[in-house]
Design a protein around this ligand. Structure first.
Ligand code: HSE
Length: 291
């Protein structure tokens, strides 16, 4: 019996000013091991009873939809799901399940996975290409979702920069983190962000790491979302004091991302201390870019 195994990376979106635009894949993976089976059997590691119920399991829901979309009946699967990407922390855990299921369903049906098929299925379950595309393709991408089409492109990411991701104990849903955003942004804030995201991309290209701090400032989402993250400013400041090149909320949060080329442990520790001061437990992970 055929066993398929797929490993999908965590992702961090936005990177400051690139709200709903930039996404980066990280070397932290969820794994999905799938076997043909009559009926659905799910085993999770670490054990998560909620996800072992097929109706709650996003991977199974996406596989089912992907089969139906191809005009086939879904008869079941035996799934072993190894979860390493923390849920609802702005690290693209849902995107891992969606991408994994789409890739597996294409392999099973032996059909080419085109962009059109990918986005048609993926957007039924989550609307964020800045997580979905790096989870699918790896690396660093810029994405643009138009009404009819999604455009994206890969960008080189410097080899010597790592991501220090500080993950607080509390979850924050993307829905909640988007509900605090304003409907309208003043033109001056639009200019502020366009200038910074352009500076960010050029600073990475030319290795002008001294520019990353100002380039990761943002007025589109973090000023609003930080109210949902206790001690956000302190955690960010601690990251910079310990030598981070740039610090931002990871995706919609609650995790905070620091980009750094040295002092990785010191940055992780200083930022977790920032959370501790607010009585929040957190852990940090030092990750490379999944390429
Ligand atoms: N760019 C999206 C947001 C990512 O920040 O809301 C959601 O994971």
């Amino acid at each position: 019996m055929k066993v398929l195994k797929v490993k999908v990376p965590a992702t961090t979106a936005n990177l400051g000013a690139g709200f709903d635009t930039l996404g980066l894949a990280l070397t932290l993976y969820n794994e999905f091991i799938v076997e043909e089976h009559d009926g659905v059997v799910i085993e999770t590691e670490p054990k998560n009873e909620f996800l072992e119920i097929p109706e709650n399991n996003l991977f199974i829901q996406v596989i089912k939809y992907a089969c139906e979309r191809r005009g086939k009946t879904f008869h079941g699967a035996k799934l072993k799901q190894i979860n390493r990407v923390p849920v609802a922390r702005g690290l693209g855990s849902s995107a891992t399940a969606i991408v994994g299921a789409i890739v597996v369903s294409s392999a099973v049906s032996k059909t080419e996975l085109t962009d059109d098929i990918f986005f048609d299925i993926a957007y039924r379950f989550e609307p964020h290409p800045d997580n979905l595309i790096p989870a699918w393709k790896g690396g660093f991408i810029t994405a643009l979702k138009d009404r009819e089409k999604t455009y994206y492109n890969s960008i080189d990411f410097p080899e010597d920069i790592k991501a220090v991701v500080v993950i607080p104990e509390f979850e924050l849903s993307t829905e909640k983190a988007r509900s605090v955003l304003p409907e309208r942004i003043p033109l001056r804030d639009g200019i502020f962000n366009v200038q910074r995201v352009s500076l960010f991309l050029s600073a990475l290209q030319n290795r002008r790491y001294d520019l990353l701090r100002v380039a990761m400032e943002d007025r589109f989402h973090q000023p609003y979302r930080k109210k949902l993250i206790p001690n956000f400013d302190r955690v960010v400041q601690n990251g910079y004091d310990a030598g981070a090149l740039g610090v931002s909320l990871s995706g919609a949060g609650s995790a905070i991302l620091a980009l750094a080329d040295r002092n990785f442990e010191e940055i992780g520790k200083a930022m977790t201390e920032g959370f501790s001061e607010a009585g929040i437990r957190s852990e940090y992970k030092i990750l490379d870019i999944d390429r």
